[in-house]
Design a protein around this ligand. Structure first.
Ligand SMILES: *Cc1c(COP(=O)(O)O)cnc(C)c1O
Length: 378
């Protein structure tokens, strides 16, 4: 290993060796069709923009509501629960981080990579999720000094059936925190609430359902968070509600779990403009439901068009598709799309490298994508 400088020696060993999360590219190129980070192609409702504009005045000198009380009241009414069962975060990402910090015990601080120190990491120090899914989960575990236990999904990204779990060596029913991305990212596959509830019965730690994409699916599992003492659902205003820029998401779950998470968040974790925007969003849900309908329609159109060109497209219940292109490797397709000003996502991992993940844009964006794909195939 290269000699460390004096400054480097001051950094905790865990942080020195940490591999940070790599977000999708946010390019500065003009005119690029951006289909790589699952952003919504439609702007927030005019009423939301108006509410944010109206809030930009001398009030910016004041601290925002530390507990986002008005927003929690509205969310509680929407979901039929108590406001104390809701925590609002600086994006769903913060909610996920708080869950790791609240429920998972870090392993004792020692030198060297975690994986070499434990044959089987202790369950109280384990975050587990099905893979592939959101690549932030293992990073959150590593940042916290906890272990990460990846449980492989079945064929075509299906969840294991509850009965199968017993036989899966990798499954740890006692893991302090288990995360299911439902619908799944990056495959887009949706899961039946019944199947999730069966897994729920075989989970001894906290089960967190990451429902970032639930609004694009025919069903969601929020009811499980209101029924079971160990289930939390996490949602985001980013993708479905066109508010990535403002960073806002939330968790719903049993009061004791949610209240414990509140103890660990920053006092003013959600900025005031984000609170205003999210409240106005909930007052105009009809606008967003129409966008969900349009995106689903465009998703189905894109799927059919790409299938006709020989792409394998996995059925999606989200605002993106995972597709295996015909002919050259997916990495080449990614580069060719990019040369044609279309940015999609390609994950260079063994499970995902044959695929491209393509966010559903406007009908015009997707027509361009299909046209370019046709040209590249010739
Ligand atoms: C985008 C995404 C998030 C993060 O959402 P933010 O609210 O923008 O932090 C969480 N989980 C999954 C699966 C996502 O795709």
């Amino acid at each position: 290993m290269a000699r460390e400088t004096v400054s480097e020696q001051l950094i905790r060993p865990l942080v020195r060796t940490l591999q940070p999360y790599v977000p999708g590219e946010q390019p500065r190129v003009k005119g690029l069709i951006k289909l790589n980070t699952n952003e919504n192609p439609y702007p927030p409702s005019p009423r939301v923009l108006e509410a944010v504009r109206a809030a930009v005045d001398g009030r910016l000198r004041l601290y925002p509501d530390p507990t986002a009380e008005r927003l929690r009241d509205k969310l509680a009414r929407l979901h039929g629960c108590d406001p104390d069962q809701i925590l609002v975060g600086n994006g769903a990402d913060e909610v996920l981080r708080l869950a790791v910090h609240t429920f998972v015990e870090p392993l004792a601080a020692q030198r060297g990579p975690l994986s070499r120190r434990y044959l089987v990491p202790p369950a109280p120090a384990t975050v587990q999720s099905f893979v592939p899914s959101y690549s932030l989960y293992p990073v959150l575990a590593a940042q916290h000094g906890a272990a990460f236990n990846p449980v492989p999904l079945q064929m075509e990204f299906a969840l294991p059936e509850a009965g199968q779990l017993k036989h899966l060596k990798q499954w740890q029913p006692q893991a302090a925190l288990t995360i299911i991305t439902t619908p799944n990212a990056p495959s887009g596959r949706g899961y039946a609430t019944r199947d999730i509830e069966n897994i729920c019965a075989r989970t001894r730690g906290v089960l967190l359902l990451d429902e970032t994409y639930a609004d694009f699916a025919p069903e969601n599992a929020l009811a499980l968070a209101l029924k079971h003492p160990h289930v939390i659902v996490c949602r985001s205003f980013s993708k479905a509600y066109s508010l990535c820029f403002l960073r806002i998401g939330y968790a719903v779950g049993p009061k004791p779990l949610i209240q414990a998470m509140h103890k660990l968040r920053d006092s003013y974790n959600v900025n005031g403009l984000a609170q205003v925007a999210a409240e106005a969003t909930l007052d105009d849900l009809a606008y967003y439901r129409e966008n969900f309908r349009k995106i689903i329609e465009t998703r189905e159109w894109t799927t059919r068009q790409l299938q006709q060109l020989g792409f394998l497209v996995l059925p999606s219940q989200t605002n993106f598709i995972l597709t295996r292109p015909p002919g050259p490797p997916a990495g080449d397709w990614y580069a060719q799309f990019r040369q044609n000003n279309i940015l999609v996502r390609w994950f260079d991992t063994p499970e995902l490298s044959p695929y491209l993940r393509i966010t559903i844009g406007t009908p015009k964006d997707m027509e361009t994508l299909v046209r370019v794909a046709k040209r590249l195939l010739r």
